[in-house]
Structures are given as structure tokens and as C-alpha cells.
Design a protein around this ligand. Structure first.
Ligand code: ACO
Length: 359
């Protein structure tokens, strides 16, 4: 019996949703290269592409925009009673509470769960800041409305476009830990709300969707370019992992990282901060190559995501929640695909504990 620790190299599902080519640094989403989607299409367009054939209903881009707007209005009403308790938690824990309250047999779950994450995160951030949550504007796109609800005022077109680019890059990515979790739960037929809630729990960890907040902590701790090499080298000597670097599948730069970096630059703000981050990135790559010569550890999505969300004035402890605003769309498609496959996911373990004493 071969044991693949961390399931590395194990193919556990066939999917029509996305392909991650770690050697070529290529991401395909339902037949489209990420580079051909980002900046050209809306999140609603990609939602329709990913959900087509899985989620019932009209899946034109216009219909998703209309129905998601209506779902945001409904979610705003349904989360209201939970907000005082949710706002006591960290933003991602608050989302866990809001998702867990959605029944598995509620109608229109794909839109409701997608809306709950965006509306819930914005409302929680405003409640804990002592401001009144802003009702959704169903006429806006999901990205622009989310930013408006977080900030309390309309986002500029450039800000909304930059956020939308990030959300497009983060929507789906093969069998990552949270998507696998969604598929495991879906395979037991537990229901979509349960699958999505479980997936959020997997996303929360710092080795997955919890990385971008700590990227900012790292930049702040380094403080100045001249400290970079010594700080990073000491971190690796302690056995720490550098947040925003490394990936289970990519052996070259994560293609999403380039797309998000261009989105940060398109904002034309925090340019000093971006140049500083570039310096830290190069120093980190050099230190990683020196200390971990047998593994190609490159920049991943989370490094420039942190810079982008910081430039959009989103609090750093909410970065994982923003990731979930996008990734929920992929979780939902994968959960449906797994249910259609009609196969319980149930791997085996090899027992290495003591054997019973012979009688
Ligand atoms: N910093 C320092 N060392 C690292 C890093 C890192 N960022 N990433 C991997 N390594 C080390 C491992 O400790 C291991 O060292 P060892 O052989 O001396 O024990 C070696 O490199 C090999 O690691 P991998 O097998 O390539 O890493 P794995 O596939 O287990 O982990 C992961 C991938 C979790 C993303 C890892 O690179 C990591 O922890 N990165 C930092 C957290 C991060 O940025 N997460 C976001 C990932 S992207 C996303 O989820 C959207």
C-alpha cells in the first residue's frame, strides 16, 4: 500500500471546471485561459461559465447579475439577526457562523450562499466598526457592490475593476484544499450549505486562504529594504514559512500572481509600497533558493493579493473573507459536479499503531 502524504500526486476527481498546470504556470477555467478572462469579463460571466450544466436556472451573464443582486438583498435581511454575535468574531469566523445558519434545504442555495459571503463580510466589518451596514444595490455588479458595502460609499470604476480582476483569479483552482473539502462533504450528500461551510473552514488556514493577511504582517515586520535578507533568512532558520511563497502544484510563478500584480499597479496608488514589496519578493526568492535548493519555491497568488486588498483599504484580517467571496463560486460548481459523479470520497489509511497481544 503506497501512502501519499498530503495526497500529493493523487488524482481524486475528474473535472470540467479548471486545470492547473504547475510546470507551465497555466490556469484554465472552463476552457478559457485566466489571462484571457481577467480584465475582459465580469465575475457574473465567469459564474455563469462555471455553473452551466450544474446549477439550474437561467445562466446568462445578465441573469446571474440580476439574480445575484436580488440574492444580496435577501441575504441582507436574513443575516441581520446574527450580526451582533457575528461581529464579535474574526471576519472569517463570522462568515462561518452566517453560512452555518443557512439550511441545506433552502431554495436557491447557490445564489444565496454566494450572496451571504459578500453581504455578510461587508456587514460584519461595518458592525464591528460601529457603523450601520449598508443595504446592497442590486443594480451594481457583485464586485462593485461588495466594495461599496464595505466602504460605505461607491467605489471608483478603477477600484471595482481591480477587485473584480482579483476575484476572477481566485474563483476556481483545481482540487485545492477547500475545494476538495467541499467535494468530500458533497459526496456524502450532506447538502450544499454544509459543503460550502466546511470549505470555508479549510480556506481559513494560513497555508491556504489565510496567507495574505500575514504577508502584510511580514512586510511590516521587515520594515525597510535593507533588513530584508537578514529577516527572511532568520525566519527560514527558525523553520517558519514565508507567506505568499510556495505551492503544492506550481513549480514556476503562479500565473494568478502576475494578473493580480498588474491589477495593483493599475490603481496607481501605494506605489512606494509596491516597489518595497517587489524588493522583498526578490529577496525572499533568493533566500528560498539558497535554503531550499531542492524545491522550486515561487511567488503565489497571495503575495500581491495582500498588496491589492491593502490598497483597496480592506482590513487585513478580512482578506481571507474576500478570497471566499470569489472561491464560493468554484466550491458550488465542484460540489454539484461531485454529487453528479455519485461516488463517496473515502480514502484509506495504513495502520502503524500497536497490534493486539496474541491471546
Ligand atoms: N517558506 C518556507 N519554506 C517553504 C515554503 C515557504 N513558503 N513553502 C514550502 N516550504 C518548504 C517546506 O517546508 C519543505 O521544506 P523541507 O523539505 O525542508 O521540509 C519544502 O519547502 C517543500 O515544501 P512543498 O512540499 O513544496 O510544500 P507543500 O506542498 O507542503 O506546501 C504550501 C505548499 C502550503 C503552499 C507552502 O508552500 C506554504 O506553506 N506556503 C506559505 C503559505 C502560503 O503562501 N499559502 C498560500 C498558498 S496559495 C493558496 O492557497 C491560494
Amino acid at each position: 500500500m503506497t501512502v501519499n502524504n498530503g495526497l500529493e500526486g493523487v488524482v481524486a476527481a475528474e473535472t470540467v471546471l479548471s486545470e492547473v498546470d504547475g510546470e507551465a504556470g497555466r490556469l484554465i477555467l472552463r476552457g478559457h485561459r485566466l489571462q484571457d478572462i481577467a480584465g475582459r469579463h465580469s465575475l457574473e460571466w465567469l459564474t455563469a461559465e462555471l455553473w452551466r450544466g450544474f446549477v439550474p436556472g437561467d445562466l446568462s451573464e445578465a441573469a446571474v447579475r440580476r439574480d445575484l443582486g436580488a440574492a444580496r438583498i435577501a441575504a441582507f435581511a436574513s443575516i441581520a439577526p446574527l450580526l451582533p454575535q457575528a461581529a464579535q468574531l474574526s471576519p472569517v469566523e463570522a462568515l462561518r457562523l452566517l453560512l452555518a445558519a443557512v439550511p441545506d434545504d433552502a431554495p436557491g442555495l447557490p445564489l444565496r450562499l454566494t450572496a451571504t459571503i459578500a453581504v455578510g463580510l461587508a456587514a460584519v466589518l461595518r458592525t464591528r466598526a460601529g457603523t450601520t451596514p449598508l443595504p446592497p444595490d442590486p443594480a451594481l455588479g457583485h464586485a462593485a457592490d461588495f466594495l461599496r458595502m464595505v466602504r460605505g460609499c461607491a467605489a471608483t470604476a478603477a477600484e471595482a475593476a481591480a477587485l473584480e480582476t482579483y476575484l476572477l483569479t481566485a474563483t476556481d483552482h483545481g482540487l485545492n484544499a477547500s475545494t476538495f473539502t467541499a467535494r468530500v462533504v458533497a459526496s456524502t450528500r450532506a447538502g450544499l450549505a454544509s459543503s460550502v461551510t466546511a470549505a470555508l473552514c479549510a480556506l481559513k488556514g494560513p497555508l491556504h486562504g489565510g496567507a495574505p493577511g500575514p504577508v502584510i504582517d511580514m512586510l511590516d515586520a521587515i520594515g525597510a529594504p535593507e533588513n530584508a535578507e537578514a529577516w527572511l533568512d532568520a525566519a527560514l532558520q527558525r523553520g517558519d514559512r514565508l507567506m505568499g511563497f510556495g505551492h503544492r502544484v506550481y513549480r514556476v510563478t503562479d500565473p494568478r500572481s502576475d494578473v493580480v500584480k498588474r491589477a495593483v499597479e493599475s490603481l496607481g496608488r501605494n506605489t512606494g509600497r509596491v516597489r518595497f514589496a517587489e524588493h522583498i519578493e526578490q529577496a525572499a526568492l533568493a533566500v528560498l533558493a539558497h535554503r531550499k535548493p531542492t524545491r522550486s519555491l515561487q511567488t503565489n497568488l497571495e503575495f500581491y493579493t495582500a498588496l491589492l486588498l491593502e490598497a483597496l483599504a480592506i482590513p487585513r484580517d478580512a482578506f481571507t473573507g474576500v478570497f471566499a467571496v470569489a472561491r464560493v463560486i468554484g466550491w458550488i460548481a465542484h460540489a454539484h459536479e461531485q454529487v453528479a459523479a455519485e461516488r463517496l470520497i473515502r480514502p484509506q489509511s495504513r495502520y502503524v499503531g500497536p497490534l493486539p497481544l496474541a491471546a
